[in-house]
Design a protein around this ligand. Sequence first.
Ligand SMILES: Cc1cc2nc3c(=O)[nH]c(=O)nc-3n(C[C@H](O)[C@H](O)[C@H](O)COP(=O)(O)O)c2cc1C
Length: 236
Amino acid sequence: MKVLGISGSPTRNSNTDALIEAILAATGAETDFIKLSEINVGPCIACMKCVYTNECVLNDHFRWLSGKVTEADAIVIGSPTYYGAASAFTKAFIERLYSKRHVKLLTARKIAATVAVGVAAEKMVVQWLENALRAGGMEIVGSMTAKGTPCCFVCGPGGSCNYTVWNAYSKELTGMDLGVEKAYKDYLEILPDNKPYAHGSARILKNYRSVKDEPVVMAEAQRIGKLIRDRIENLK
Ligand SMILES: Cc1cc2nc3c(=O)[nH]c(=O)nc-3n(C[C@H](O)[C@H](O)[C@H](O)COP(=O)(O)O)c2cc1C
């Protein structure tokens, strides 16, 4: 039983990495963890050559990674949320899976789980990932999201900022409850001169948020890992 973890987060030891690794560990399987930012997988160029061969002609690390995807019984893919979407590393990898969808659907019935970490829009990312993998005939056995460390917390130049994006994610402006106020209540102080869009003034109180400090989040990762293991065993 082989489970492949793929992270689209370029941050070292990121929350996305931590969740994928926790899922992998809970499978009890032979696992492999790949960080897309450490290899070279570019976007699809829509040359359509793969529709005749089931293979991508681009000469980068996808050739090697494609083999690992084929060998794996299950894949776990995770992404941070960038501009309300998956990271470019994740997007490029997903696009390249297109080559496995022609002639034969090479990813059919593979087991998959998805992870997204963000400040506000991570649910959209995880849904997009699920749909992308389902398009490849994969069976999603679990998906999870978590609130991560916003870059504002670790940027360095100063403990307060006039240009924070907090207001853009507020219920007041989006009309949606993206969970930002609750999740970052103790991390951030909105200053009295804060004006939505014009002057997003806030002070950062804590500078790191780790999913490893959140037992409920880590338990969910472990639950998904066990679901993967059980599903693969049932298929045998
Ligand atoms: C270029 C960039 C754009 C971002 N855009 C968003 C965004 O639109 N929505 C959001 O929720 N978080 C956004 N973030 C914050 C990241 O999602 C957040 O820092 C997340 O915790 C990163 O996860 P990681 O540490 O696992 O890589 C952005 C971060 C970067 C670097």
